[in-house]
Ligand binder design. Structure first.
Ligand code: NDP
Length: 503
């Protein structure tokens, strides 16, 4: 028998044949179970529009069962009293299991979400492995402090802080990076000792379910990691549930605001990673080759369905036309098609709904007076699935909707500038503040602009670099809190101050 790796098409065929045989259940208290209503919904392959399998449609009653399981698991000594070293071991074991199944998981994400399998393997699967390994390092290092208090009475006091898990966490994630978004939340939550209910997006439930199965195999006790698949109602039921202590959400700003309102019932802790409309700022002295390649990747990677997508281009007037031509050249070299083919670098959008949304924004841009430089349509020859061409809209204006609103598709809105103060004002003229790119070889300008731009992450002469060690999140309406690093551990824990009278 040959040991040659199987092609993504062969893996997909096996997966689809296996998955089509049974409904994927919810994962509650360590078991795969049907929804209490018996309802299911289909999940489809965006490259073909065909149904992959049926998935349990969780509702309020299932959410209640999952929350009860998570609450019980929080008090289960097998989890509550687990040593930091053992918690760390489990997270590393989970990383090992993901690694062993990396090819299959990349294909599973590809058929459920549409993104090319080869890119998925690197960005989502290997990224998730790194996330679990990174947070596996925290349980043994995350603790409190001893603090020098000075009580008026003069009593001798020992004061110290400890970190305790925040409790039961509802982790609500979107469809654009399903596995990574789950890992970014599950890993720190488990590292901090919390228990979780993960609610994946209705379009992409499959890797979340597999992740929970692998976690059980890695030794995570039953009830610690639950998954409720379903629609927004399941997410809303989680946010409403008095047994949930914290909600961590990534998705649209609109739903983020609804979550804040709904979480007031028992004043849940809320962290939000919301939309973006990130500016790419290019100065006249920039390395145009490097900038063009990175700006193209920054908007067209994952078909533009990225919260940090660099979707507003501010190119200095002196290099504007040349830069746009080079970005367009990069776009023309993207290979569009079914992401199971290793030559493909640009897949379909996730759904018909998203296709309609992106298409409508191109029309809005045209109506507002912008010009379609490239793209704007379904690519010729790709008649099934939800494919949309890489698109550049030039002559965009500051107040246009295509400059102000998150399109969440492969559409770059291009503007030019001449005055630096006006450039900064324009870059900051946004409800969002997730990230920004700056392209210049002038070190003083780079630092000045990095300081002036209102964004949670600023990349200078690079774009979309993300690492578990450094905080990630947004200013303004791009969110609350920061994922990754110590910040994430703090978000999933409570700090307790303890006073011991030694007098
Ligand atoms: P949503 O914000 O609607 O969905 C994100 C997650 O929240 C999903 O799991 C969703 O479930 C769930 N959800 C929906 N409604 C509620 C609710 N009331 N309470 C709790 N959870 C809820 O994003 P969409 O998938 O609908 O995408 C819409 C737009 O949002 C996109 O076009 C894009 O502009 C933006 N978006 C931004 C993202 C980002 O990272 N910045 C990520 C994804 C989307 P369900 O899937 O079942 O609706």
């Amino acid at each position: 028998m040959s040991n040659a790796p199987q092609s993504a098409f062969a893996i997909a065929e096996q997966l689809e044949s296996r998955l089509s045989q049974a409904t994927r259940g919810l994962i509650i208290n360590g078991k795969s179970v049907p929804a209490l209503s018996g309802k299911t919904f289909p999940t489809e392959n965006p490259a073909t529009g065909k149904v992959i399998c049926q998935v349990a449609e969780g509702g309020a009653a299932d959410v209640d069962a999952a929350v009860k399981a998570a609450r019980a698991a929080l008090e289960n000594p097998a989890w509550r009293d687990m040593s930091a070293v053992d918690r760390s071991k489990i997270l590393n074991r989970l990383a090992d299991l993901i690694e062993a199944e990396a090819d299959e998981l990349a294909v599973l994400e590809c058929i459920d979400n549409g993104k090319p399998a080869t890119l998925t393997k690197v960005v989502e699967i290997e990224g998730s492995i790194k996330t679990f390994r990174y947070f596996a390092g925290w349980p043994t290092k995350f603790g409190g402090e001893t603090l020098p208090v000075s009580p008026r009475s003069g009593a001798k006091i020992l004061n110290y802080t400890v970190r305790e898990p925040v409790g039961v966490c509802a982790l609500i994630v979107p469809w654009n990076y399903p596995m990574s978004m789950a890992a970014w939340k599950v890993a720190p939550a488990l590292a901090a000792g919390c228990t979780v209910i993960l609610k994946p997006a209705e379009q992409t439930p499959l890797t979340a379910l597999r992740l929970a199965e692998l976690a059980l195999e890695a030794g995570v006790p039953a009830g610690v990691f639950n998954v409720v698949t379903g629609f927004g109602e399941a997410g809303a039921a989680l946010v409403d549930h008095p047994g949930v202590d914290k909600v961590a959400f990534t998705g649209s700003t609109e739903v983020g605001k609804a979550i804040v309102r709904a979480a007031t019932g028992n004043l849940k802790k809320v962290s939000l990673e919301l939309g973006g409309k990130s500016p790419q700022i290019v100065l006249p002295d920039a390395d145009l080759d490097a900038a063009a390649a990175s700006i193209a990747a920054g908007i067209f990677f994952n078909q533009g369905q990225t919260c940090t997508a660099g979707s507003r281009l501010y190119a200095h007037a002196s290099i504007h036309d040349e830069l746009l031509a080079r970005i367009a050249d990069h776009a023309s070299r993207l290979t569009i098609g079914n992401g199971l083919d290793p030559a493909i670098t640009f897949g379909p959008l996730v759904s018909q709904e998203q296709w309609d949304r992106v298409s409508s924004y191109v029309q809005i841009g045209k109506d507002e007076g912008a010009e379609v430089m490239i793209g704007g349509n379904r690519p010729s020859g790709l008649n099934e699935g939800f494919f949309f061409e890489p698109t550049i809209m030039k002559n965009a204006g500051r107040n246009m909707r295509i400059v102000q609103e998150e399109i969440f598709g492969p559409v770059l809105s291009a503007l030019s500038w001449t005055d630096t103060a006006d450039l900064v004002a324009q870059a900051n003229d946004s409800d969002f503040g997730l990230s920004a790119g700056i392209w210049t070889n002038d070190v003083r300008q780079a630092h000045r602009l990095a300081g002036a731009v209102k964004a949670g992450t600023v990349w200078v002469n690079c774009f979309n670099l993300v690492d578990n060690a450094t905080p990630f999140g947004g200013f303004k309406q791009s969110g609350w809190g920061r994922e990754h690093g110590r910040n994430a551990m703090e978000m999933y824990s409570e700090v307790k101050s303890i006073w011991i009278n030694l007098s």
